[in-house]
Ligand binder design. Structure first.
Ligand SMILES: [Zn+2]
Length: 94
Protein backbone atom coordinates (compact mmCIF):
# COMPACT_ATOMS: atom_id res chain seq x y z
CA UNK A 1 0.00 0.00 0.00
CA UNK A 2 1.13 3.56 -0.58
CA UNK A 3 -0.04 7.10 -0.01
CA UNK A 4 -1.30 9.12 -2.95
CA UNK A 5 -3.07 12.41 -3.60
CA UNK A 6 -6.44 12.16 -5.32
CA UNK A 7 -6.26 13.79 -8.75
CA UNK A 8 -10.02 14.43 -8.56
CA UNK A 9 -10.74 15.95 -5.12
CA UNK A 10 -7.20 16.58 -3.88
CA UNK A 11 -7.45 14.58 -0.67
CA UNK A 12 -4.62 12.35 0.50
CA UNK A 13 -5.45 8.68 0.71
CA UNK A 14 -3.86 5.32 1.28
CA UNK A 15 -4.33 2.72 -1.45
CA UNK A 16 -6.19 -0.43 -0.53
CA UNK A 17 -5.91 -4.10 -1.37
CA UNK A 18 -6.97 -4.46 -4.99
CA UNK A 19 -6.42 -0.78 -5.78
CA UNK A 20 -5.87 -0.38 -9.53
CA UNK A 21 -3.30 2.24 -10.48
CA UNK A 22 -4.96 5.04 -12.41
CA UNK A 23 -3.44 6.81 -15.36
CA UNK A 24 -2.26 9.71 -13.24
CA UNK A 25 0.94 11.63 -12.58
CA UNK A 26 3.38 10.03 -10.12
CA UNK A 27 2.08 10.29 -6.57
CA UNK A 28 -1.52 10.76 -7.70
CA UNK A 29 -4.48 8.43 -8.00
CA UNK A 30 -8.25 8.45 -7.54
CA UNK A 31 -9.61 7.99 -4.01
CA UNK A 32 -12.36 5.50 -3.22
CA UNK A 33 -15.02 8.19 -2.86
CA UNK A 34 -14.22 9.74 -6.24
CA UNK A 35 -14.03 6.32 -7.88
CA UNK A 36 -17.56 5.64 -6.62
CA UNK A 37 -18.74 9.04 -7.83
CA UNK A 38 -17.21 8.52 -11.29
CA UNK A 39 -18.69 5.03 -11.53
CA UNK A 40 -22.17 6.29 -10.58
CA UNK A 41 -21.95 8.97 -13.31
CA UNK A 42 -20.81 6.36 -15.83
CA UNK A 43 -23.63 4.00 -14.84
CA UNK A 44 -26.19 6.81 -15.20
CA UNK A 45 -24.90 7.51 -18.72
CA UNK A 46 -24.97 3.83 -19.65
CA UNK A 47 -28.50 3.47 -18.23
CA UNK A 48 -29.66 6.36 -20.43
CA UNK A 49 -28.02 4.78 -23.46
CA UNK A 50 -29.58 1.38 -22.64
CA UNK A 51 -32.99 3.07 -22.53
CA UNK A 52 -32.38 4.60 -25.95
CA UNK A 53 -31.31 1.21 -27.33
CA UNK A 54 -34.43 -0.37 -25.82
CA UNK A 55 -36.63 2.23 -27.53
CA UNK A 56 -35.00 1.40 -30.88
CA UNK A 57 -35.74 -2.36 -30.64
CA UNK A 58 -38.86 -4.09 -31.89
CA UNK A 59 -41.48 -4.77 -29.24
CA UNK A 60 -40.45 -8.38 -28.58
CA UNK A 61 -36.75 -7.61 -28.21
CA UNK A 62 -37.45 -4.42 -26.25
CA UNK A 63 -39.43 -6.49 -23.76
CA UNK A 64 -36.58 -9.02 -23.41
CA UNK A 65 -34.04 -6.21 -23.03
CA UNK A 66 -36.20 -4.48 -20.41
CA UNK A 67 -36.15 -7.65 -18.29
CA UNK A 68 -32.35 -7.88 -18.25
CA UNK A 69 -30.43 -6.87 -15.10
CA UNK A 70 -29.02 -3.32 -15.12
CA UNK A 71 -25.45 -4.62 -15.28
CA UNK A 72 -26.21 -6.68 -18.40
CA UNK A 73 -27.90 -3.68 -20.03
CA UNK A 74 -24.81 -1.54 -19.24
CA UNK A 75 -22.48 -4.17 -20.73
CA UNK A 76 -24.67 -4.29 -23.84
CA UNK A 77 -24.58 -0.48 -24.11
CA UNK A 78 -20.78 -0.48 -23.71
CA UNK A 79 -20.45 -3.17 -26.38
CA UNK A 80 -22.73 -1.19 -28.70
CA UNK A 81 -20.36 1.79 -28.38
CA UNK A 82 -17.24 -0.37 -28.85
CA UNK A 83 -18.75 -2.12 -31.88
CA UNK A 84 -19.73 1.22 -33.44
CA UNK A 85 -23.46 0.39 -33.35
CA UNK A 86 -24.08 3.69 -31.59
CA UNK A 87 -22.05 6.84 -31.84
CA UNK A 88 -21.30 8.45 -28.52
CA UNK A 89 -20.32 12.10 -28.36
CA UNK A 90 -18.94 13.69 -25.22
CA UNK A 91 -19.94 17.33 -24.96
CA UNK A 92 -18.66 19.91 -22.51
CA UNK A 93 -20.46 20.59 -19.28
CA UNK A 94 -23.53 22.79 -19.69
ZN1 LIG B 1 -11.03 11.99 -4.45
Amino acid sequence: MKYLSCGCCGCGFRTWKGYVDQDQDKGFGICKGCQGWIESLLNAELDQLANKIENALNIENASRFADMPAETRRLFATKAINDGLVRYTIKGRP
